[in-house]
Write a protein that binds this ligand. Structure first.
Ligand code: SAM
Length: 287
């Protein structure tokens, strides 16, 4: 039925549905392929399939997604985490572990379900870091609160603030990180049915896609929010125009464009220091 409905990853999604219904890991599923489903399980399966063939994304139906190996709760009020975003965790971790201090703050703008900061808190467990999560959507922040309650096993400090970009934010942050909405008007006009289910304000970044990201950077500069690194996920289609604009805003800083695993420029780092050596395992372009 999923295949007929045009769902590309129908095999994988069928497995995920069964794993969800049976509460099994993949290995258990594979070694029990002859097990029949009982009536209750069949009914659960059919309900999920009915929704999925209406092109509601599976993570919204199951209220679950794995990101960086962590099972997060999600619903239709937040973006479905994307695999490429995992590289933000890798890069931030690499820069953070080399810090001689262990006591600092990380500000996340547009935190959505909280995946980035929560995954970072797990990875940077031996440092005393305060995480400040901000989003314009109160409903998204509710999802992040639920994830923090379930997943913050190390009892890191999280602050949650509902605000437009950096409004009302002051102080000094070692890292400002964000995966802001960055789709352009043209991309918004051609969204797949699944993408149309995601919150518009988690996708649309302005006519060229990067307007909101520029606003974020300008505010940071104008309000003199102190930082050592700003790390943003970006739209790979408009990376060069964006890079040029960022160079105008932060003339004196070191600016790096970093490729993701599919070889697209996907991240920008504005750093107060030269970090060429620290980034040598990545493919990057710099000013
Ligand atoms: C692309 S989603 C990223 C969510 C999450 N960090 C992730 O990577 O899955 C962008 C988030 O930015 C939020 N957002 C959009 N406009 C904003 C604004 N002006 N100020 C603060 N947050 C905003 C959206 O509500 C959404 O949660």
């Amino acid at each position: 039925m999923l295949k007929k409905a045009g769902i590309i990853e129908h095999n994988l999604e069928s497995e995920l549905i069964l794993m969800h219904i049976l509460n099994w890991e993949k290995a258990v599923l594979i070694s029990n392929l002859n097990r029949n489903l009982n009536n209750n399980e069949i009914s659960k399966n059919n309900k999920i399939i009915d929704k999925r063939i209406k092109r509601i994304p599976l993570p919204y139906i199951l209220n679950k997604i794995h990101f960086f190996g962590i099972p997060f709760y999600i619903n239709k009020n937040v973006l479905i985490p994307r695999q490429e975003t995992e590289l933000i965790i890798e890069i931030t971790k690499k820069l953070a572990v080399e810090q001689q201090y262990s006591d600092f703050k990380i500000l996340e703008i547009g935190s959505g379900s909280g995946i980035i900061s929560i995954a970072l808190a797990k990875e940077l467990n031996n440092k005393k870091i305060e995480y400040i999560l901000t989003d314009i959507s109160g409903k998204a922040l509710e999802v992040s609160l639920k994830n923090i309650a379930q997943l913050n096993k190390n009892k890191n400090t999280f602050h949650i603030i509902k605000t437009n970009l950096g409004n009302g934010i002051k102080g000094t942050y070692k890292f400002i990180i964000s995966n802001p909405p960055y789709l352009s008007k043209k991309q918004m006009d051609h969204l797949s049915p699944e993408l149309q289910s995601e919150p518009r304000n988690a996708l649309y970044g302005g006519k060229n896609g990067y307007e909101l990201s520029l606003e974020l950077l300008l505010e940071t500069k104008q309000k003199q929010i102190k930082f050592e690194y700003i790390i943003l996920e970006i739209n790979s289609e408009a990376y060069l125009e964006f890079f040029n604009q960022v160079n105008i805003i932060f003339k004196k800083q070191n600016i790096y464009l970093i490729k993701d695993y599919t070889k697209n420029y996907r991240f920008i780092i504005v750093s107060t220091k030269n970090i060429d050596k620290k980034l040598n395992e990545y493919s990057y372009l710099r000013n």
